[in-house]
Design a protein around this ligand. Structure first.
Ligand code: SF4
Length: 350
């Protein structure tokens, strides 16, 4: 790894303890979602209030199945940002983690943006703060700062470009070859981009605790059990460099090993003729994969790769949001203004 200015934090449990699942919980529902007929009633009320308030519900691919199933749109960070930008709804209810709701607010400052639990954070976003990023920039005058979308609005306001895992490669390739780039906060994605492009990229030492824990041994174990499967790996994973290397030397078949965003994984799952897929990312994505691809089989490379922050958004919290208008995302005007350009560039890159 190149270098880092600042600490790399080790991250503990979410800020708010999760509720225990109800005894009758559907195994498809993650902790805190409350199973059974009660959920049906809550969903009915959520949908009624949504219509009454001209609201749209956006949900990330890592949300619990019950939230994914009632949302108007389910997608990755880039897809949801585009939905936020395009909607004519007056209120955006964002079922995801906090930086995602902030991104929607930056793109739609005139709209009311709500998040059902504002303490739904992100270990990766927390690995960098605005003071550290300013110091890093100051130490590299002339470098361009590219930030992954998983960071705070304050950090985005310091950046030249923002990207998601879906368009990071295209963005780096669009930058002149001799331009030095500072990439933050995800070290695995940063290193992947440097390997792929050969560019002068200095990488911040941040990581997502969920993806970093998906290691080469998990991949090897699953691959040995299902050698016919396609392997889909998210670039934030701790196994990404090893997967690239093993694919390059022929240990893993290059044509069936792909490093992709969650939307990219969904696209491949739909288009591939394979019947089995090994999926290295947060396990929430399996719900969409199975729902959209009957007859194909999807297996988590690491079954306990669950983001407890993502799972903090539950049906009962969403109902409260719709009833009480909590919690509204509010950003200072200078942060809104400062972060907008980098976010708009992110959304513009297909
Ligand atoms: S899975 Fe990782 S990167 Fe995504 S929200 Fe959770 S902690 Fe952040």
């Amino acid at each position: 790894m190149d270098e880092s200015k600042g600490d790399v934090h080790l991250f503990g449990p979410p800020l708010v303890a999760q509720e225990e699942p109800a005894a009758s919980i559907d195994p498809q529902l993650a902790p805190g979602s409350n199973g059974g007929p009660q959920v049906d009633e809550m969903v009915e009320e959520i949908l009624r209030l949504k219509k009454e308030q001209n609201a749209v519900i956006l949900a990330h691919n890592y949300q619990i199945p019950a939230i994914q199933d009632l949302a108007d749109f389910v997608g990755d960070s880039l897809g949801l940002s585009r939905q936020a930008e395009e909607t004519d709804a007056e209120t955006i209810v964002f079922c995801g983690v906090h930086f995602m709701a902030e991104t929607a607010k930056i793109l739609c400052p005139e709209k009311r943006v709500l998040i059902p639990d504002p303490s739904a954070g992100c270990s990766l976003a927390d690995s960098i703060d605005v003071e550290s990023v300013r110091a890093w920039k100051a130490a590299h005058p002339g470098a361009l700062l590219v930030v992954y979308v998983n960071c705070s609005a304050e950090v985005k306001a310091e950046a030249d470009y923002c990207c998601t895992s879906a368009n990071a490669l295209k963005l780096i390739e669009a930058i002149p070859e001799d331009q030095q780039v500072l990439f933050a906060p995800d070290m695995f994605l940063g290193e992947y981009l440097r390997e792929k492009t050969g560019r002068d990229i200095k990488t911040w030492l941040g990581e997502c605790h969920v993806h970093a824990a998906i290691g080469p041994r998990d991949v090897q174990r699953m691959w040995s059990e299902r050698p016919e499967a396609d392997l889909l790996v998210h670039p934030e994973c701790g196994c990404v460099s090893s997967v690239m290397w093993h694919a390059a030397i022929g240990d893993l078949p290059e044509d069936r090993t792909q490093i992709l965003s969650t939307q990219g994984m969904l696209n491949v799952a739909a288009e591939s003729e394979s019947e089995e897929f090994l999926v290295a990312t947060e396990t929430g994505i399996l719900h969409q994969m199975r729902k959209l691809n009957h007859g194909k089989r999807f297996f988590a490379v690491k079954e306990d790769a669950e983001c407890s922050y993502m799972k903090m958004i539950t049906v009962d919290k969403l109902l409260r949001t719709m009833r009480e208008g909590v919690y509204e995302v509010v950003l200072a005007p200078e942060i809104l203004e400062g972060a907008r350009l980098s976010i708009e560039r992110m959304v513009a890159i297909a």
